[in-house]
Design a protein around this ligand. Structure first.
Ligand code: ACM
Length: 480
């Protein structure tokens, strides 16, 4: 009798196995089913402790969604949409009765796109937001300037877009690339994203990666260098000049205008890949070094961020920074990106020591411009590969063990750098299905995560994407 009962329960449990990504943190199955056109009751409920948390109760005659904020309501809806899609796909008229009690593991779950290297139309950004928000990503980081393009209107500096948004034949390609977003367009995109619980984070990458800005305004560089918007990949030495007051006025103006457009408290100021050669050669910079009473050139970088942070604080913003280990100090309110390959232990050590929060975007797990398998794509053979399984295996807490240490991890982000990502079609191909894995990395607690059940859910999820016209990569290596 007991064995019979067990088998019954087991088989019923299996057939009721739901397909939701990211995997909800608690699912309790009940007896019975609920017709899929059953109306939904929405209840604001102060008992739901997490602002993004929700509870979904599916009962024989009713569906109830409980939440504390609009974010939680949106996520209850996303979970339910996936359940309904799965039922219809299996030609069922009903959902299994269950209670889902869910909230995110990490507060910050992001994707980054790079319209600086290749311009994206606003409608493409909207489509991208539509899809990511279904998987409970809550930040989209926009890399808005780089050597190869400046993409956002700044009213005080019109040449940034007149000159900086236009580029000729990148890496020998015959296709020119140009385009920028007006502030009005971007404000509308901010509203569109917020309706989907996605906050837009602007990145104004400084002091490196600024050939497009210097092409528009040569005074920004140390030697008033005359250049064109860069047409190759790589790292430029034409940094914004740390020794010129006019640079801080420029930075302050740009930050002030962008702060009006983007209400998010986070503001990314880049900080990556900034070789100091042109600073070191420059007499104004040498005078600044004397004033700072330092012989360490990297102290100039710390000084630069201190000044930039004054503009951010004035505008109510908090800096996000691509951390470089050689920079001696960063503003105390900064949030650090862990990104460079092979630097994880050192970055974590520094974060604990200097009390920084960290966003985990390590090359080993989260660089989605890397191909998903060897020889998958032409012209990116020099890049490492990043498989779906590897992304799934990512645990952003790494080796941190105590609760206090783990508090330093704010969340996760995948970067879709744009040098080889020329349009939305390719961006979706690089993003999916790896972003499904990353959504679970950011949302689901470790004990509820399992590569095997993720693989079991994959076919249904790819079908979900297919029905939305999303170009994903078929993970052929998983077929057997
Ligand atoms: C970066 O990959 N340059 C942050």
């Amino acid at each position: 009798m007991k064995l019979y009962y067990f088998l019954l329960l087991f088989s019923w449990g299996l057939s009721a196995q739901i397909n939701v990504v990211p995997q909800p943190n608690e699912v309790r199955y009940h007896k019975g089913t609920c017709a899929i056109d059953t109306p939904i009751t929405y209840l604001k409920d102060a008992q739901i402790a997490h602002p993004e948390g929700y509870q979904l109760l599916i009962q024989p005659k009713k569906i109830v969604a409980k939440y504390a904020t609009e974010a939680g309501k949106y996520y209850a809806e996303q979970t339910l949409k996936q359940l309904v899609f799965q039922a219809k796909k299996e030609r069922k008229q009903s959902l299994p009765c269950l209670t889902i009690t869910d909230e995110p593991r990490f507060a910050y779950r992001a994707l980054m796109v790079d319209p600086a290297r290749h311009y994206w139309k606003i409608d493409d950004l909207k489509k991208y937001i539509d899809v990511m928000s279904q998987y409970k990503f809550n930040y989209l980081h926009l890399h808005l300037n780089d050597d190869q393009g400046w993409r956002i209107e700044i009213k005080k500096y019109p040449k940034l877009t007149e000159i900086g948004s236009k580029r000729k034949n990148f890496e020998g390609s015959k296709r020119n690339n140009e385009g920028f977003y007006t502030q009005e367009q971007m404000k509308e995109l901010v509203r569109y994203a917020l309706e989907r619980n996605v906050q837009l984070i602007p990145e104004f990458d400084i002091p490196g990666h600024n050939d497009a800005a210097v092409a528009a305004y040569p005074f920004l560089s140390c030697n008033d260098t005359i250049i064109e918007v860069r047409t190759t990949a790589g790292v430029s030495k034409n940094l914004l000049c740390v020794g010129k007051e006019s640079v801080y006025t420029f930075v302050d103006d740009v930050i002030s205008e962008l702060s009006e457009v983007f209400p998010c408290k986070y503001f990314h100021i880049g900080g990556d890949e900034a070789p100091l050669d042109k600073w070191i050669e420059n007499t104004e910079v040498q005078q600044l070094k004397k004033k700072l009473q330092t012989t360490d050139d990297q102290q100039l970088m710390s000084y630069f961020f201190k000044r930039v942070n004054e503009s951010l604080v004035k505008n109510g913003k908090q800096p996000l920074i691509w951390m470089e280990l050689e920079v001696p100090t960063y503003p105390a309110n900064s949030i650090m990106f862990l990104w460079r390959m092979r630097t994880t232990p050192k970055v974590l050590e520094r974060a604990l020591k200097d009390n920084f929060k960290v966003i985990c975007s390590p090359g080993e797990y989260a660089y989605f411009d890397y191909p998903q398998a060897k020889d998958d794509l032409p012209n990116v053979g020099w890049m490492p590969t990043l498989s779906l399984q590897r992304v799934y295996e990512f645990n952003p807490a790494f080796t941190l063990t105590t609760e206090q240490e783990k508090q330093h991890i704010l969340g996760v982000e995948a970067t879709i750098w744009g040098e080889s990502v020329k349009d939305l079609f390719r961006a979706f191909y690089m993003t999916y299905p790896r972003a499904l894995a990353l959504s679970e990395v950011g949302w689901t607690q470790m004990p509820q995560r399992s590569w095997q059940t993720f693989v079991d859910r994959l076919e249904g999820q790819l079908s979900y994407l297919w029905h939305q016209g999303v170009n994903y990569r078929v993970p052929v290596e998983l077929a057997n």
